[in-house]
Design a protein around this ligand. Structure first.
Ligand SMILES: Cc1ncc(COP(=O)(O)O)c(C=O)c1O
Length: 483
């Protein structure tokens, strides 16, 4: 299609329906939907920004911004000589679980990998832990990678520093200080392939010291529990309540190593209360050998600034870890570990023994994005998108199921629905939902001891319409049981 005859009529745009604020976001959604459903086929040429803005009655900047965001998503290409065309919408490759022979039992973190739906048809996968993957900043990443490859000295392409590239560590230290309150330098940081690798290295180091038990939150991340178990650390469940992990129970467990998600407990969404933080730091100072602080999604707090990380309160006892899995994409496998200084060299040795160090080019790209502020800008953008997605799911659930309690809404990428009738079997409900085309985690999957039933719903990976569709299915499945 070319520009002739292209206009608001074709897209049935109603500028009057546009919000008074957030026009670029509205235009992005409209164009993305048109690309997705084929009204704007691959290769079609979009109108010049000035023409389009005049048709819409908005400023040219709105259209420029919308085109830029869609180019970042990989849906549009701006040509050097001018003109913008539609690219083929990326087709997802088969999920790992749908490839023959891949991870028959699932890798744990995402739970049962989506199997083909029993009755056929597409599944809306609300497994927690996946961000809005369509928002990956492809344009910014490509620009930074081009710059890295242009400026990188050949020597930098040899085996790298197993601690991670010094430039990334130097860029991360002030970022962790500003956003999470850590007091660190690049020398304290070890670059890893995600939180999962940080845990694997820590588990191996602890096993070498003869430690074979670790306290885990209950309910808590099944993925974390399975991973520790794999490495030979027996998980000791410690109850979580509305204030987070019960530190009295932790102290009574006689375990000296604990794994926690204090900023946003997985899966309940609770923030560790102030008194509990103090108690935990007191435990760190007296009885603890090591606390592993998993800060997996702290960047997404919707009502206020996130609570600072615990790390600063006991850096000699806390191993702090985070990653780009929730801010960029889990496929990056890029994260960081700040261990207690006394453990640093043992962990570098474990990292070296595992893979000789993380890949250099992506580290340098991330360093550039941190240095230029593009990483922060991206987080701000996805935070807004995630919040809109949370609101869509939350509103639909609250309207359809007024009797259920929804928790953990202030932060993160998932929410927890606690079911109104304690006798409900959440695993059976999850199976029924799967048959109806919606994949969710039953809360019981993340429990070691019995407790009230619930559903853990990841919302960030789906646009609002799909979430409303999923919510309608959930409402239909829960309602008859809640009578
Ligand atoms: C609580 C929690 N910690 C850690 C991870 C793994 O993170 P990464 O991708 O950084 O290895 C996940 C994955 O979903 C998670 O839910």
């Amino acid at each position: 299609m070319d520009q002739t005859g292209w206009g608001t009529d074709f897209l049935q745009l109603d500028p009057a329906a546009a919000p008074t604020r957030g026009l670029p976001g509205w235009l992005v959604d409209v164009l993305r939907a048109a690309i997705g459903d084929g009204r704007l086929p691959t290769g079609s040429r979009l109108p010049a920004t000035r023409t389009f803005a005049a048709e819409l009655g908005c400023s040219r900047g709105v259209v420029v911004e919308a085109y830029r965001r869609l180019a970042d998503e990989g849906l549009l290409r701006a040509h050097r000589g001018g003109g913008t065309t539609v690219l083929a919408p990326p087709t997802p490759s088969p999920r790992a679980g749908e490839r023959a022979g891949a991870y028959p039992d699932g890798p744990g973190w995402q739970g049962p990998l989506p199997q083909p739906r029993p009755a056929g048809g597409a599944v809306i996968d609300l497994s927690p832990g996946v961000p809005d993957l369509s928002a990956f900043p492809r344009g910014a990443w490509l620009r930074a990678e081009r710059a890295v490859l242009t400026e990188t000295h050949p020597d930098d392409l040899g085996y790298g520093d197993p601690r991670g590239h010094p430039r990334l560590r130097a860029a991360l230290a002030p970022w962790l200080a500003r956003t999470r309150g850590l007091r660190v330098t690049g020398e304290d940081i070890l670059i890893v392939a995600g939180v999962a690798q940080a845990m694997a290295l820590l588990a191996q180091a602890l096993r070498r010291e003869g430690i074979d038990r670790i306290a885990v939150e209950d309910p808590g991340s099944r993925g974390a529990l399975d991973e520790f178990d794999y490495w030979g650390l027996r998980p000791v469940p410690v109850p979580v309540d509305d204030e987070g992990q019960r530190v009295d129970a932790l102290a009574a467990s006689a375990t000296r190593v604990a794994f926690l998600t204090p900023a946003h407990q997985f899966p309940t969404g609770v923030v560790l209360g102030a008194a509990r933080r103090r108690a935990l730091l007191a435990w760190a100072a007296t009885d603890a050998e090591l606390i592993i602080e998993d800060d997996y999604d702290a960047e997404f707090r919707y009502d206020r600034a996130p609570v600072p990380a615990l790390h600063r309160g006991a850096p000699a006892r806390i191993a702090y870890t985070g990653s780009t899995s929730k801010t960029l994409a889990p496929a990056m496998r890029l994260g960081w570990l700040v261990p207690p200084p006394a453990r640093y060299s043992a962990l570098v040795a474990a990292k070296h023994a595992s893979d000789l160090g993380s890949p250099t080019v992506p580290q340098l790209v991330l360093a550039r994005l941190l240095e230029s502020g593009a990483y922060d800008r991206h987080i701000r953008l996805v935070r807004t998108r995630h919040r809109a997605r949370r609101d869509a799911l939350l509103d639909a659930l609250r309207a359809g199921l007024p009797a259920v309690t929804v928790r953990g809404v202030a932060a993160g990428l998932h929410l927890l629905v606690t079911l109104p009738d304690e006798r409900m079997d959440d695993a059976a409900l999850a199976e029924r939902l799967h048959a109806d085309g919606v994949l969710v985690h039953p809360l019981s999957r993340h429990r070691r001891r019995p407790g009230p039933p619930g559903l853990v719903l990841g919302y960030a990976a789906h646009p609002p319409d799909r979430l409303r569709e999923a919510a309608a299915t959930i409402v239909r499945a829960v309602r008859p049981q809640s009578r």
